[in-house]
Design a protein around this ligand. Structure first.
Ligand SMILES: C[S@@+](CC[C@H](N)C(=O)[O-])C[C@H]1O[C@@H](n2cnc3c(N)ncnc32)[C@H](O)[C@@H]1O
Length: 348
């Protein structure tokens, strides 16, 4: 925009400022401050203590005197902390969702973002130019085999998936007519946050999760901690090499976006084959709006798939419904879940 155009817009009563541009451009400052706070267990420390003054909090976190006050007050200004009479405490949201001792903790995703994605996204421009991943598989190799080769990274990835999917799981529990169905299996379940949310809300349901064998102890520990071991079991397998388990309802959450179009279609065909005659497949992801202009998180998630692996991409509700129709599903619909997440329900 030229200076003359800015003046004209201003005359029309439309303020033209660079504010939103600068806010977005520098958003990584606030993002990294939050990710470091999660890494330092700041919110868990405050949750345990109730409230602490700057010096007590600095000492407990092991921070340098030069950094602490600005760090705490920046988090306060960003709405992540409260301060009353010189004492810092969590906000209701950070206390509920960022205290690692609470079952509502969603920081697993932020821990992974801090440990892995933050640095990989630094190479976004290279990914955009080359179309090549910028993660651990930058120099080749299978994504899951590479990440899962390190037990710590496997546990971190599985916990990150729970952070990504727990609220979607609660929304699927609330928005799908579960009283009409008796069993559910989550395909590619990771820790099992989604079947746990659904089985917690619907006591008549049985089923479990299907994933690579490495996930079995992690799934069993999570399901056991949630008191659901009598209703949810783990089925080890490889969804490309093995047939999928059968259940009235199969779920695929953040699965299709990991793979290329032929692999997406193959997974839908395998789900269709495994379902009973009146079975249902629920696909959930940060489904992109059909016009590809609103769900920024879904679009950025698709770029995250570019960063993470060699062929994944996210998709719109219309894309997924078309693939389901090609596969043979008689009906499908898209329903919003929570935040950027929606589900596509395919009825066999
Ligand atoms: C992006 S995570 C999604 C986890 C979970 N559904 C969610 O939404 O939080 C993809 C999952 O697919 C699993 N997975 C990858 N390749 C697989 C394969 N060949 N067979 C079975 N599961 C696989 C991974 O182990 C991982 O748990």
């Amino acid at each position: 925009m030229t200076n003359a155009e800015i003046a004209t817009a201003a005359e029309r009563g439309e303020p033209v400022t660079p504010d939103s541009i600068m806010q977005l451009g520098m958003a990584f400052w606030g993002s990294k401050a939050l990710l470091s706070a999660v890494e330092l267990r700041l919110f868990g420390t405050l949750s345990e203590a109730g409230s602490l003054d700057a010096e007590e909090l600095r000492e407990r976190l092991g921070l340098h005197p030069r950094s602490a006050r600005d760090f705490f007050d920046a988090l306060l200004a960003l709405g992540m902390l409260q301060r009353h009479d010189g004492k810092y405490s969590n906000t209701p949201a950070t206390d509920l969702f960022l205290d690692p001792a609470k079952p509502t903790y969603v920081g697993g995703l932020l821990e992974m973002a801090n440990a892995r994605l933050y640095q990989f996204w630094g190479s976004l421009t290279a990914g955009l130019r080359t179309g090549q991943p910028q993660s651990e598989v930058k120099t080749g190799g299978d994504f899951f085999a590479t990440v899962y080769a390190d037990p710590e990274r496997l546990a971190q990835f599985a916990s990150a998936m729970s952070g990504l999917s727990a609220s979607a799981g609660r929304a699927i529990a609330a928005k799908f007519p579960w009283h009409d169905y008796g069993s559910v299996v989550d395909i590619g379940c990771a820790q099992g946050a989604v079947p746990v949310a659904i089985a917690t809300a619907h006591e008549h349901l049985t089923g479990g999760g299907f994933d690579l064998p490495a996930l079995e102890p992690i799934f069993n520990a999570y399901v056991g901690k949630n008191g659901l071991a009598d209703r949810l079991g783990f089925i080890p397998g490889d969804f490309f090499a093995d047939p999928l388990p059968s259940a009235d309802v199969l779920i695929m959450g953040h699965i299709l976006h990991d793979w290329d179009l032929d692999q997406k279609r193959l997974l839908l065909q395998k789900a269709y084959a495994a379902l009973p005659g009146d079975g249902v497949l629920i696909v959930h992801d940060a489904i992109i709006d059909d016009d590809r202009r609103e769900n920024a998180f879904g679009l950025l998630m698709s770029l995250n798939m570019l960063i993470e692996g060699p062929y994944g991409f996210d998709y719109s509700g219309a894309d997924c419904r078309a693939w389901m129709a090609e596969t043979g599903f008689s009906e499908s619909y898209v329903q919003h879940l929570v935040g950027p997440d929606s589900m596509v329900v395919g009825i066999k």
